[in-house]
Design a protein around this ligand. Structure first.
Ligand code: PAF
Length: 280
């Protein structure tokens, strides 16, 4: 496994990599969810192609009061996991390598980014789009793989790749969960034992809301109100948002129409977790 820490080296390597090149962008602190993406990447790259995993905690997607400095950095352990997963190349630049101090260009998706996480985290998706566009240009993948836990991010990156004609096929992978349903996330390690137990309320609420819709609940407001009440029964949970929206436009309508995306962002202490369930 080769580790490229500079943009220039990564660019030189990517010009000569056997194709298809499959990229898995991550912020490191790898867990089984990331490894599932790498496994999928290996399937797509096949015997001849190349798998590239980026490890980069991207400062531009964190707000001023968010957890950029606290975000877990586990570079050695990540490299060990990637070596065992037989990843070909790790791209691990530092922020000074990725961003010029006087940078003045960003990529903004201006429609899907207005709602949900975009409404609670102003500038977040512009940071994500900018770094992913840069990763695409530096590593020149044919395919890029993203997890479905970040459903809104996935929708926005598909839109960006389409709008900017990136010759990259975006492939998604289902959310990997703990046995009790909690979606794997690098931030789960910040939860206390009590918060960790409480956090299962997100997925159990999404599942119960799904049942209610399948049993005939038609009004979006009724479903959203019920989800809000269900999560609020857990005293450690502080809701950022819960929504039932169209999975393509991310907009609600008065009545639930299939397919529908149920999504939630909830704080447990200072840890913000997101999850979703797509009903087709
Ligand atoms: O999903 C993430 O880990 C990040 O948002 C990404 C796509 C690697 C961009 O920094």
């Amino acid at each position: 496994m080769q580790i490229a820490k500079s943009v220039r080296l990564m660019q030189r390597l990517s010009g000569a990599l056997p194709r298809p090149v499959v990229l898995v962008p991550t912020m490191g602190a790898l867990h089984a969810g990331h490894l599932a993406l790498v496994k999928k990447a290996k399937r797509f790259s096949g015997r001849v192609g190349s798998t590239v995993v980026s490890l980069f905690v991207n400062p531009t997607q964190f707000g001023p009061v968010e957890d950029f400095h606290k975000y877990p950095r586990t570079f050695q352990a990540d490299c060990e996991l990637l070596r065992n997963a037989r990843c070909g190349i790790v791209f691990a630049p530092n922020p000074e390598e990725m961003y010029f101090s006087d940078k003045s260009t960003t990529v903004v998706e201006s429609e899907l980014s207005r709602v949900m996480c975009g409404a609670s985290r102003p500038g977040h998706f512009s940071g994500v789009c900018t770094v992913v566009a840069k990763l695409f240009l530096i590593t020149r993948p044919n395919i890029a793989i993203f997890g479905e836990k970040d459903f809104q991010q996935l929708a926005i990156l598909r839109r960006m790749a389409r709008d900017l004609n990136f010759p990259v096929r975006i492939v998604s992978h289902p959310t990997v969960r703990e046995k009790d349903g909690l979606a794997l996330s690098s931030r789960n390690r910040f939860l206390t034992n009590k918060e960790r137990r409480a956090a299962t309320v997100i997925f159990s609420t999404l599942l119960e809301a799904e049942q209610k819709i399948r049993n005939g609940w038609h009004l979006t407001s009724r479903v959203e109100d019920w989800m809000r009440a269900s999560i609020s029964e857990e005293e450690l949970a502080k809701i950022d948002y819960v929504v039932a929206v169209d999975p393509v436009t991310l907009q609600p309508s008065d009545r639930i129409r299939m397919p529908v995306l149920l999504a939630a962002a909830v704080f447990f202490g200072s840890t913000r977790l997101i999850d979703n369930r797509l009903l087709e």
